[in-house]
Unconditional design. Structure first.
Length: 611
């Protein structure tokens, strides 16, 4: 049986075929329908959409044929593709010396007649055929060339759409500067690998001194350096591994199938050496190093997001030790990352419509004067609203942990919701005459940055039926540092002019504490608990507290000490002239429902001696 030799441009033809990413894919209705129509139009029992690979003819769609492929040296299409310009017709294979002893003719397939139209790419390569066949001679097959050509064009058009989509997807998954994979490709590869429960090691790479290169040599040289780093990473990885640029000067390697930490460590050390070698760029020699973070799945984490975060935690730890070092994920960091992810997921579930946050409720903590009134009472002057949130399976989450995880946007919604609930409950108490205290509300960073925060607070106060005189607005000193626009400050001042009190919270912990007293007119300050809790143990703490109280009083401001937990701390604050205090010595934060019982407490409680 004479063989059909390869085309002169066989390597180019195979490259064109593989560019469509069609071989060994699932059946598709569009191709199946074309094959069925070809069989119907030509009256043939067999119709195929076939592609001729290096060693085989593979059938993308088949009508009347059980086999999914045949050897290339047995395939009629191996002859058909040799001349892309015309159809290939065999009226009687048994009488054709090229096919008379072909296994497809004398074997189970019993092919006696064949008509194939080459599937030709825009570059002119015949990559396969749309063909029909019969088990009896068909001397009139040539009369069906026209309809088959029309259907072949439909196949080619579908293939071009496939290739165009693949190319656009490739662009979407490629970093344009380095030619490496991008973040989207990394997440896709991690998802696929981990869904199959295959091991993967993640090596996160952050270039050292890259900013200095950009600043000293310009961004064009910086881009050339990034390209060179990408080239070195590509050369240093095994076939099947993925090198990617996540953005800026951050790269990552995915070591596919690696779940042995020792192997990942070996690769990380090699990458460190590779990147440390000088780079010749634009006639000059540049030298950078890299800090790396390594995590291994599934040992360190079992989802794409978590394994990247685990590697990032390892990278942060490495930076803490110094540039050019390698950090490795540890169980403690991984558990913390997993907990953060669990909190975020749970909060998103509870983060409902219309601003409702399920699992959230306000707690109130009293602020009491440190000097008794004329009748000896120590009645709270204010109650601070504190946010509490819990979720099934997680229990109560500390506010500092929660706010660090959910981010400013969600924190703003949470704070707004909790504040509204507190105002409603507190308004009922004031209307009943049970308390004359004010309600102290905190503004998160995300809220302070909102241009209409003053309007929001005004609307909430009015909706609850409170007056502005019943409200204190606490702003954290660090938040106030040049981050609040003059427009927002003016809104807050407007609320103050209508009776609200403005309080600077956590006074003393930011770098420019006293400077903030000049930025806006405030009514009082709250001294951070870290200074209060040093009283009696650290003379420096007493000096700072004394200075803060003296400064506040000289400016006509009230001062409240936070975090008071012992009688000694209280007595020290009284001796220093502090106006009021807040802390566990007086009361732990309580839900709104417990306020009635608190306000109806014993005389001993009212004197602030024990709550």
């Amino acid at each position: 049986m004479p063989e059909a030799g390869p085309n002169i441009a066989e390597a180019d033809r195979l490259a064109a075929l593989h560019s469509y990413d069609v071989l060994d894919t699932e059946q598709e209705e569009a191709f199946d329908e074309i094959a069925a129509l070809a069989a119907q139009l030509t009256g043939s029992p067999i119709a195929l959409v076939s592609f001729t690979d290096a060693e085989r003819q593979w059938f993308k769609a088949r009508h009347g044929m059980d086999a999914s492929e045949v050897r290339r040296d047995h395939a009629f299409s191996a002859h058909a593709i040799r001349d892309p310009s015309r159809p290939f017709v065999v009226p009687d294979a048994a009488a054709d010396k090229r096919f008379s002893d072909n296994p497809c003719v004398i074997g189970p397939h019993s092919i006696r007649a064949y008509l194939g139209v080459p599937l030709v790419t825009p570059e002119g390569h015949a990559i396969g055929t749309l063909c029909v066949a019969d088990r009896v001679p068909r001397p009139g097959y040539k009369d069906h060339v026209g309809p088959l050509k029309t259907l072949a064009r439909a196949v080619s058009a579908n293939l071009e759409l496939r290739r165009s989509h693949r190319r656009s997807r490739g662009i979407a998954l490629t970093d344009p500067l380095t030619g490496l994979a991008n973040r989207r490709a990394v997440m896709s590869a991690l998802s696929d690998q981990m869904a199959r429960a295959n091991g993967v090691a993640v090596v996160l790479i952050d270039l050292d001194y890259f900013k200095e290169v950009n600043d000293g040599h310009g961004h064009a040289i910086g881009d050339r350096l990034l390209y060179e780093v990408g080239a070195r990473l590509r050369q240093a990885t095994r076939q099947g591994d993925i090198a990617a640029r996540l953005g800026g000067d951050e790269f990552v390697l995915l070591l596919m199938g690696v779940n042995d930490r020792a192997v990942a460590v070996e690769v990380a050390e090699r990458i460190t050496d590779v990147l440390a070698k000088p780079m010749d760029i634009e006639g000059g020699r540049l030298r950078v190093s890299a800090t790396l973070g390594v995590a291994v799945a599934p040992a360190d984490a079992d989802t794409p997001d978590l394994i990247l975060r685990a590697a990032d935690e390892a990278l942060i730890a490495a930076k803490g030790r110094g540039r050019g070092t390698i950090g490795y994920a540890n169980r403690r960091d991984v558990l913390r990352v997993q907990r953060s992810a669990a909190i975020f997921r749970a909060f998103d579930i509870d983060y409902g419509e219309n601003g409702v946050v399920h699992g959230a409720q306000p707690y109130l903590q009293p602020i009491v004067p440190l000097r008794a009134g004329a009748a000896g009472e120590v009645e709270p002057i204010a109650f601070e609203v504190l946010t509490r949130w819990s979720a099934p399976g997680l229990g109560p989450i500390r506010p500092d942990e929660l706010f660090a995880v959910i981010g400013p946007e969600r924190a703003s919604v949470l704070s707004h919701y909790v504040r509204g609930q507190a105002m409603d409950a507190f308004a009922a108490l004031r209307r009943s005459g049970r308390t004359r205290a004010r309600l102290a509300i905190n503004l998160s960073m995300g809220e302070v940055l909102q241009p209409d925060i003053g309007t929001q607070i005004e609307a909430q106060v009015a909706r609850a039926g409170l007056s502005m005189e019943a409200v204190e607005i606490e702003i954290n000193e660090e938040i106030l540092l040049d981050r609040v626009s003059d427009v927002t400050l003016q809104q807050l001042v407007s609320l103050q002019e209508r009776g609200a009190r403005l309080i600077l919270d956590d006074f003393g912990i930011a770098n420019s504490g006293p400077v903030q007293l000049l930025r806006m007119k405030i009514d009082g300050v709250k001294l951070d608990k870290q200074f209060v809790q040093g009283l009696g143990n650290d003379p420096r703490a007493e000096a700072i507290v004394n200075g803060a109280i003296t400064l506040a009083h000289s400016l006509g401001l009230d001062i409240v000490a936070e975090g008071v937990e012992t009688d000694n701390q209280r007595e020290a604050l009284i001796a220093l002239g502090c106006d009021a205090a807040q802390g566990y010595l007086f009361s732990r934060p309580m839900p709104c429902a417990a306020l009635d019982q608190y306000l109806a407490g014993s005389e001993r409680q009212k004197k602030g001696l024990l709550f």
